[in-house]
Structure formats: C-alpha cells, structure tokens
Design a protein around this ligand. Structure first.
Ligand code: NDP
Length: 328
C-alpha cells in the first residue's frame, strides 16, 4: 500500500484533490517501479491540482510531473533495485500517474540516473524548472553562444527557470541581465549572478520590429510581447531560447530580426526532450549549479501540505521552489 494525491472529477465537473491510501496493484502499466523520495509542485502541477486549467484529461489521476527516488522493481536491464533515478515530463502527472505519490510505475525509457553527488532532494529542488533552464543554456551553447559573444538576457528572472538560468550562465562566465517585475528582489538576483537587473515593463508592451542591438543571447520564460521585443533587440546573429509563456502564449512579432539580423529562435521543450539531452543536462547541473543557489530557493513540504500549497502557488504567494517530501 502507498499514499498518493488522487485527482477526481465531481458530478459538477470540478476537480477534487485528496490523499488516498492505494494498493500497488492499482499502479499503471510500466516496467520499472520506483519508491519516490521527493517530488515538487510545478506551475503545471498546481493547475492540475486546483483544476484551473485542463492539464489532466483522464481521471482518476495522480499529479506530479517530476520525481526523484529509488528503483524498487525493474524489468528493464538498465535499472536495478536500489538505483537512484529522476523523471521529468513524458506526460507523467498528466496522462500517466505521477510523482506526488510514494510509488510510481513508469516506462524505463523515461528515467535518467541521479547524477553522482546529487541528492534526491537537491534534484527536486532543481526540478523541471532547473532542468529546463539547463536545456536552454545547452541549446544556446550548441548553437555557438560563448561568454565573449556578449550580454545575455533572462526574462521571468525571479521564476524557477529564470533563477537557475541566471546562476548557470553567471557560473560559466556570461554577463547576465535579469528582467523582472519584482525589482525589490534585485539583491537576490544579483547574488545569483546577474550583473544588471531591468524592469520587465520595458519589454512587456508592443514595440518596434527592430530595436537597439543589446543581447547576444537570451533565455525567455515569458513569451508574448516580451519575446517579440527580445527578438527585436538581439545583436546580429543573436540566439534566443524560448521556453515559457508567463505573459502569454501569443507571439506578436515580425520576421525582421530573423531575416535582417540572422537571429535564431530556439524552441525548448522539456517534456519529450530526447534521453541523451536529459542525461547531459542533469550531469551538467550536478557539476555546475552551486548548491547554495538551491538552499536559498527551496521550501520543503509534506504530501499532506501539497494541495494547499498548489492553491497558494496559483495565487502567487510562493517564492522559489516547493519540494515535496512524499515520505515513501
Ligand atoms: P514561475 O511561475 O516560477 O516564473 C515565471 C516568472 O515569469 C515569474 O516569476 C515572473 O518573473 C514572470 N512573469 C509572470 N507573469 C508575468 C507577466 N504577466 N509578464 C511578464 N513576466 C511575468 O514559472 P517557471 O519559471 O517554472 O516557468 C517559466 C515558464 O516556463 C512558464 O510559462 C512555464 O509554464 C514554462 N515552462 C516550460 C517548460 C518547457 O518544457 N518548455 C518547462 C518548465 C516551465 P518576475 O517576477 O521576475 O517578473
């Protein structure tokens, strides 16, 4: 038996979330069973738990798009009982029972080894947000960005992706500008490694198709007008990694930056990223992300506190990362 958060739809169509005590026989099909140690509350999980957006379409569902734990049973020759593993994405917590649970059963193809020197708690403190930040930095560098290329902009700077992106870029020697709506957090952003902090209002309204050339690279967590303005203010041959939609899913831009300045827009998807890129990202996170960044950024809660925390996250009351000790 194990405990998990289970989402059900009531007769009025509203999502109900509660902890249930379940038999392992109810776990979905898969060739690896994992005893989960830590999961997190990502924005997507909060949407699923509160029912604020149709993240989950199949009920009952166990939410939790990521987890770290220890293999308990495996029919996959790559994993043995006792192996420490991480999972991000693959529809887990959306279409397949997820990580806000003491046990999960998944496809071994979805698992990556926990890197040496990283704890399960640290992995979930990084979470899908930090792993996505690493995918952004890897994509920019794969396309040629180097610290001497010029300044790099990070939008949505105080968010989960933004904070880790700043820390990773600064650690590698980039000069980072952080764009935020929370200028009161400038000291925190500077401590993470930002050389400069700008007000996100300078980027959030409709702007000219081509603007002053400022950035050699950018990590954009925001989308909409912000992403359009970021593209318009890239240097010649600048590189933009687009991963988020905090301002909006729209992209009200022109092709001018692409056809006149050779700007490249790189799409970042963490959910179905190939396994080799995941393993590379997690290995780099273990080597390059200072642990002090995580300590300052993380609040630990229990499975019993997760539903209330999801509502707080949606109301904008949470700063940094929420790590869930599922007590498996
Ligand atoms: P958070 O909610 O932690 O942070 C988002 C940040 O965006 C906020 O902290 C805020 O930063 C900024 N922001 C919020 N609302 C607005 C707005 N209206 N206009 C401009 N900026 C705004 O989210 P994450 O960092 O975890 O994720 C960032 C984005 O990336 C999200 O949209 C998320 O859905 C997406 N995502 C995508 C993934 C992928 O696979 N592509 C994986 C993970 C996340 P500040 O306070 O500094 O202004």
């Amino acid at each position: 038996m194990f405990d998990a958060i289970v989402l059900e739809k009531d007769s009025g169509g509203a999502t109900q979330a509660a902890i249930s005590h379940l038999d392992t026989k109810r776990l979905p099909p898969g060739n690896v069973t994992v005893r989960v140690e830590f999961s997190t509350i990502n924005y997507k999980d909060a949407l699923a738990i509160t029912g604020k957006a149709p993240v989950v379409r199949k009920f009952p569902m166990v939410p939790g798009i990521d987890f770290a734990g220890v293999v308990e049973h495996s029919d996959d020759e790559r994993f043995r009982p006792g192996d420490a593993v991480i999972l991000n994405g693959w529809g887990v917590g959306e279409t397949h029972w997820g990580g806000l649970s003491q046990r999960v059963r998944v496809n071994g193809d979805w698992l990556v080894p926990l890197p040496a020197g990283m704890s399960a708690r640290q992995a979930m403190s990084i979470g899908t947000a930090g792993y996505t930040a690493m995918l952004c930095v890897n994509a920019l560098e794969r396309h040629g960005l180097r610290p001497d290329s010029g300044d790099v902009l990070v939008t949505g700077a105080n968010g989960g992706v933004g904070t880790i992106a700043i820390a990773l870029l600064a650690q590698r020697g980039y000069t980072v500008t952080a764009s935020t709506g929370r200028l009161a957090e400038s000291t925190y952003l500077t401590a993470l490694g930002a050389a400069r902090v700008i007000d996100r209002a300078t980027l959030s309204q409709a702007g000219k198709p081509l603007q002053k050339e400022c950035w050699a690279g950018a990590v954009d967590c925001v989308g909409s007008h912000t992403l359009a303005n970021v593209c318009a203010s890239m240097k010649y041959r600048g590189l933009v990694a687009a991963c988020g939609l905090a301002q909006g899913i729209d992209f009200p831009a022109s092709v001018a930056p692409f056809i006149l300045r050779g700007v490249t827009l790189l799409g970042i998807d963490s959910v179905y990223a190939p396994r080799a890129e995941r393993v590379e990202a997690w290995e780099r996170l273990a080597k390059e992300l200072p642990v002090s960044v995580l300590a300052a950024n993380t609040t630990e809660i229990s499975l019993a506190q997760a539903c209330a925390a999801a509502a707080d996250l949606i109301s904008g009351k949470i700063r940094g990362r929420l790590v869930v000790n599922v007590g498996g």
